[in-house]
Design a protein around this ligand. Structure first.
Ligand code: Q9C
Ligand code: ZN
Length: 343
């Protein structure tokens, strides 16, 4: 399997994030990608390629132009309006406040375009996220050209980012950009399987009223786990999209057997859908040793996950999402990808 590596990932480097009202060392750090790259190379998984620039147009198929403009200029504006260091939002247009108008105030716009205070926006966030989307489009090209699979090694992750908001460490929704590009390249049906510990609220929202992209997700129950406000089992799609969204919320500490039963259930839904492409939002924060998550998968389970996904039998694009046990992340990611390769 070839890897497309976003070497620009390290431009996004936060030192701290807000957690329970305090600044704590950031969890989503450049070392994550360094460890994965090391493990991919050590395992001899396959060639490591650089992204080819596909421009901004494929990003605008998923994100609003004014949101992309905001993210591109946000850190410079933060500094020029008196901010220091990494940028954080402070005010949000919750119920009864208007979100249809774009304020002039930078602080207000930052709230309009974000969902939480736990996602530092740094000087290099746009450059890193933009390059990650390009890596995703490059890997998609490999699969469209006939490769059985490809892996996108990038950060920051993407699945929490919506059409016009960032959050959950995510700025550009790489899975959504790739799915839309696959549709635009002529594929009729695309499935997204999200196995990150957290529900992929951004991806779900982007395709919620559409039948041409099926979103299926296994994740920690949103009643107790981030992103809290989406990811319930009764979210099955809207309008033409009714029946093309499937959530499998699982309790904290779920048994690995129950996790795999949910994976089987999700893949059964996708088998009925018969997609031309499977995109896997590959978060490995389901690992038992993850510092911010509460599932119990370990290396053998990650290998089994890859084998199971391979047996699904569709051309498969793996995209890196979460995973915060930095020293174990490379081993866990490679276990999934190597498991896929052996099937
Ligand atoms: N400071 C992904 O895995 N905050 N995002 C958790 C710890 C949000 C995770 C609290 C976690 C978002 C892509
Ligand atoms: Zn996650």
């Amino acid at each position: 399997m070839q890897t497309v590596f976003n070497a620009g990932h390290a431009l996004h480097a936060a030192t701290h994030e807000f957690f329970r009202g305090r600044l704590v060392p950031a969890f989503e750090v450049p070392a994550r990608a360094d460890y994965i790259l090391q493990a991919v190379r050590a395992a001899g998984l396959g060639e490591v390629l650089a992204p080819v620039d596909h421009g901004r147009a494929p990003l605008e198929r998923v994100h609003s132009a004014r949101y992309l403009d905001f993210i591109e200029g946000a850190h410079a504006e933060w500094l020029s309006t008196g901010g220091e260091g990494d940028a954080f939002p402070a005010v949000w247009p919750v119920r009864s406040l208007r979100s249809d108008l774009e304020p002039i105030s930078f602080a207000a716009r930052m709230g309009l375009y974000s969902m939480d205070s736990g996602t530092p926006l740094t000087a290099g966030s746009w450059a890193a996220a933009h390059a990650g989307a390009q890596a995703s489009l490059t890997a998609l090209d490999l699969v469209l050209a006939g490769e059985r699979s490809a892996y996108v090694l990038t950060r920051p992750p993407g699945h929490h980012a919506g059409a016009d908001f960032f959050g959950g460490y995510c700025f550009i929704n790489n899975a959504a950009v790739a799915a839309q590009a696959a549709r635009d390249a002529g594929l009729a049906r695309v499935a997204i399987l999200d196995v990150d510990y957290h529900h992929g609220n951004g991806t779900q929202a982007i395709f919620y009223d559409r039948a041409d992209v099926f979103f299926a997700s296994l994740h920690g129950d949103p009643r107790t786990e981030y992103p809290f406000f989406l990811g319930h089992a009764d979210e099955t799609g809207a309008g033409e999209g009714v029946g093309f969204n499937a959530n499998f919320p699982l309790p904290v500490g779920v048994d690995n057997d129950d996790w795999f039963a949910a994976l089987d259930a999700a893949l059964a839904r996708l088998t009925a859908y018969q997609p031309d492409l499977l995109i896997v939002s590959l978060g490995v924060d389901t690992y038992g040793g993850d510092p911010i998550s509460h599932f119990k998968l370990d290396e053998p389970e990650f290998r089994r996950m890859g084998e199971r996904i391979a047996r699904f039998g569709a051309p498969t694009l793996f995209l890196q999402e979460g995973g915060y046990a930095t020293e174990a992340i490379g081993r866990n990611v490679v276990a999934v990808l190597a498991g896929f390769e052996t099937e």
